[in-house]
Structure formats: C-alpha cells, structure tokens
Design a protein around this ligand. Structure first.
Ligand SMILES: *[C@@H]1O[C@H](CO)[C@@H](O)[C@H](O)[C@H]1NC(C)=O
Length: 314
C-alpha cells in the first residue's frame, strides 16, 4: 500500500513538470508567475496583473488565452510584452497604469474586447500582427498619438475618445459597425478616414479636423456631427438614415452635401454652423419622419423633393 502511494505520487509529479497547470485564474505579482505558465500553449482562466511592483512583464509561450487578461492599477509597470499571444477568447483590458509606456502585443490578431483606458504614458497603440477580430474596441483617455494595425472588417462597438494627442487611426478594413461608433475629444488635428465603412448603426463624431465617410450607404439609427472643425462634410453614397441626423456647432463648415439621401427616419437637426450660408445639401430627400429643426441665418434653404413634413420651425 505504501509503495503504491509512492509510485502514484511520482507519476503525478512527473506529469506536472511536463505540462504545467494550464488552467485556473491567476493573479500575477512578478515575472515568475508568468514564467510558471509559459509551457502552456493554451491557457484557460483569467490572468490579472494588478498593483505589481515590477517595471517589466513579458507573457511568453501562451498562444491562446481562454479568459480575460486584465492589467490595471499598476504604478511601476513600464513595459508589457505579449510575446506569443495570438488569440484572447475574452477581454484584454488595460486601465490606470500610470507609467506604462510600452505595450507590445506582438502576435495578437483576435480578442473579444479590447480596452485601453486611463493610460497617461502610452504614446502608441500598435498591433504588429494585425488585429483582425475585435468585437468591441475602446481607447479612452490615453496619450497615444496613433492607433495602428487594426484590420477588423466588422465590429459591434468602437469608442475612441479623450486621447488628446491622437492624430491618426488606421481603419482601412472596416466595413460594418453593428452597434455604435463614437469618436470624440481627441487631438484637434485628427483626420478620420473611415471610407471603407458601408453601414453604421449609430455614429457620433466630435472635434474632428476631417472625416472621410465616402463609402457609407446606410445608418440604421442616429448620427451626429458636433463641434468639428472641418469645412466640408460629404456623405456621397448615403441613402438612408433610420434615425436622426444632427449637424450642429461646426463653425467652419461651408459645404454640406448628402446628394443621395432619400429618407430620414428621425429628425433633421441643423444649427450653429455659422459659416453655412446656403442649405442645398439634400436634393433627393423625400421623407423626414421626425421634425425639421433648422436654425441659422441662411440665405436659402432648398429641400426640392421634400413635400411631407409636419414641422418646419425655421
Ligand atoms: C485588409 O485589407 C487589405 C487591403 O484591402 C487586404 O489585403 C487584407 O487581406 C485585409 N485584411 C483582413 C484581415 O481582412
């Protein structure tokens, strides 16, 4: 009996050195905690890096993480490297890491949700392998100057706001937003080129120097353009807006053009665009189901095809 127990213990020990324990939630306090799981190609469980005293952490070995990777409230962490991680079947959330200046997700191509928030030292967010899947993508309140390597074709929600140095976001593969897209309060020089997007459910665009929405055909719900500094807004393929269109407080806007817009399911709200003298942006607009709320000192408002509106308080 004694001999048998000894033999079983020996077998167990031998197995556990070959394959480390590749599941379970872990809370990382040092590099050693990450090295302990580096023989796992696949890890199942959450990995939390919170309040660590070390300035550099590298996650090696793991290619697939089935669980969340949370990196938050670290005051000493400067560098975070994800060496081999390709897919996170869960969220990657980085929040309130005071001096984190280098984040390198070298191989990452898919994550359910990516969020970087309150990162006062992070100067770039780059996905060198190309992030081709991310259902939710949030970059908020960081010092990043650019976001590169986004290759998603479709996302459900995207928020890019309060990144006061952010001048460039590459989104060339994006064709559909099934939820909402919010871009607001980034660098006043941000030129947002999202010409490949065909359909958006809800959109909100503020404080932009330029926007390219040349491919946009349909907006399922509401869309708003508020406090931008561009002089021209062209939505040249846009056919249908299910909700309300708001264009207000764009004080350098001189040209507005929506040559194909037929229908507005909600209201049309135009106001405080002080340089917009003539409104002839809507040659094909036939139907507005909500109110027409057009405020300004216009020389002319032309809505040639519009016959049926309940309320025109110009
Ligand atoms: C992104 O677009 C480029 C150029 O259009 C294309 O070659 C590439 O395959 C696309 N990537 C993904 C992941 O869809």
């Amino acid at each position: 009996m004694k001999g048998l127990t000894g033999a079983l213990l020996f077998v167990f020990a031998a197995v556990s050195t070959v394959s480390a324990n590749c599941n379970g939630d872990i809370k990382v306090t040092s590099q050693g905690d990450l090295d302990a799981i580096k023989t796992c190609k696949k890890y199942q469980g959450g990995i939390t890096i919170e309040g660590v005293g070390t300035n550099k952490l590298t996650l090696r070995g793991i290619q697939t993480l089935k669980g969340d990777l949370i990196v938050k409230d670290n005051n000493a962490l400067q560098t975070l490297i994800l060496e081999n991680l390709q897919v996170i079947d869960g969220q990657l959330k980085m929040e309130n890491n005071k001096i984190l200046s280098k984040f390198e997700p070298k191989a990452l191509s898919g994550v359910r949700s990516f969020e970087a928030a309150v990162q006062p030292a992070l100067s770039s967010i780059v996905f060198p392998a190309g992030l081709s899947q991310s259902d939710r993508f949030v970059v908020s309140d960081t010092t990043t100057t650019r976001i590169d390597g986004l290759k998603m074709g479709k996302v459900s929600s995207m928020v890019i706001d309060n990144n006061i140095y952010l001048k460039s976001v590459g989104l060339n593969n994006l064709t559909e937003i099934t939820g909402s897209l919010t871009v607001s309060a980034n660098s006043p020089g941000l030129n947002l080129d999202i010409h490949s997007i065909k359909s958006i459910k809800e959109g909100s665009f503020r404080n932009l120097a330029a926007i390219n929405l040349d491919g946009l055909k349909q907006i399922v719900g509401d869309i708003s353009f508020i406090s931008n500094t561009f002089s021209e807004l062209r939505l040249k393929e846009l056919n249908d807006i299910g909700g309300t269109l708001t264009i207000t407080n764009n004080n350098q806007l001189t040209k507005l053009s929506l040559p194909k817009l037929h229908r507005l399911g909600g209201a049309l709200s135009l106001g405080q665009n002080s340089q917009l003298a003539t409104i002839e942006a809507f040659p094909e607009l036939e139907e507005v189901d909500g109110t027409l709320d057009i405020v300004g000192t216009f020389d002319e408002v032309k809505l040639p095809k519009l016959s049926d509106v309940s309320n025109i308080p110009i």
